[in-house]
Design a protein around this ligand. Structure first.
Ligand code: FMN
Length: 196
């Protein structure tokens, strides 16, 4: 391979890394009967249409993380690996007693560097759109050096779900998800440069 081929090849590689962002869509709840998989699948469908990143659903329940420091955390290595791979996140957040779930807090506590210097958006739901849980999460993300964006799709248990369990989002919510991703993508791209 000649000098220019090498140079061109390298440029191409760099371009791919710049545009091929990995964004993890993290499901925050783990209880039986949870609605978070429906919300996560909807966000992924909207996100995939954009073609601006590799979007992956990350289900905390798959990693079977015991409370930090209690029991054998057999899934901890895989948890670390999947989070390390991401350039940014969309947290699917449900409100439990005016905050985030214990499962999400525990999963966040497991790692540090893997979260650092990355961006995130939050899609939440609850009786008031999961607003109180979201504000708690923003404080936690600050400590983990995760830059959370301003636009926040907030889904109502009363108007975006049927019988509080069947997810039927109002049409306008899709715009909100796209506006949130319009902020997550450039921030994830920018923060990638300071991790290299
Ligand atoms: C333990 C618990 C506490 C809850 N507390 C609140 C609350 O403080 N505010 C609220 O709006 N909804 C609250 N809810 C309702 C949840 O937001 C709703 O059930 C939602 O579907 C839970 O998300 P999940 O189905 O993904 O687990 C609570 C639900 C549970 C299970």
């Amino acid at each position: 391979m000649g000098f220019f081929d090498k140079l061109f090849g390298r440029q191409q590689e760099e371009e791919t890394t710049m545009t091929n962002l990995n964004i993890g869509i993290v499901l925050g709840s783990t209880r039986e009967g949870r609605v978070s998989p429906q919300v996560g699948a909807w966000v992924k469908e909207l996100a995939d249409k954009r073609g601006d990143a590799n979007y992956t659903i990350i289900d905390i329940a798959d990693y079977k993380l015991p409370l930090l420091g209690e029991g054998e955390a057999t899934g901890a290595v895989a948890w670390s690996e999947i989070i390390a791979k991401q350039d940014g996140f969309v947290f699917i957040v449900q409100e439990y007693n005016h905050s985030i779930t214990g499962a999400l807090k525990n999963a966040l506590d497991y790692l540090r560097e893997e979260w650092n210097n990355k961006a995130a958006g939050i899609v939440s739901y609850g009786s008031v759109g999961g607003a109180r849980a979201t504000e708690h999460l923003r404080g936690i993300l600050g400590e983990l050096l995760v830059a959370d964006v301003r636009v926040h799709p907030a889904l109502s248990l009363f108007t975006d779900f049927e019988n509080y369990t069947e997810f039927k989002p109002a049409e306008v919510q899709a715009n909100s998800v796209n506006e949130m991703l319009d902020q997550v993508i450039p921030w994830s791209t920018a923060l990638k440069t300071i991790r290299q």
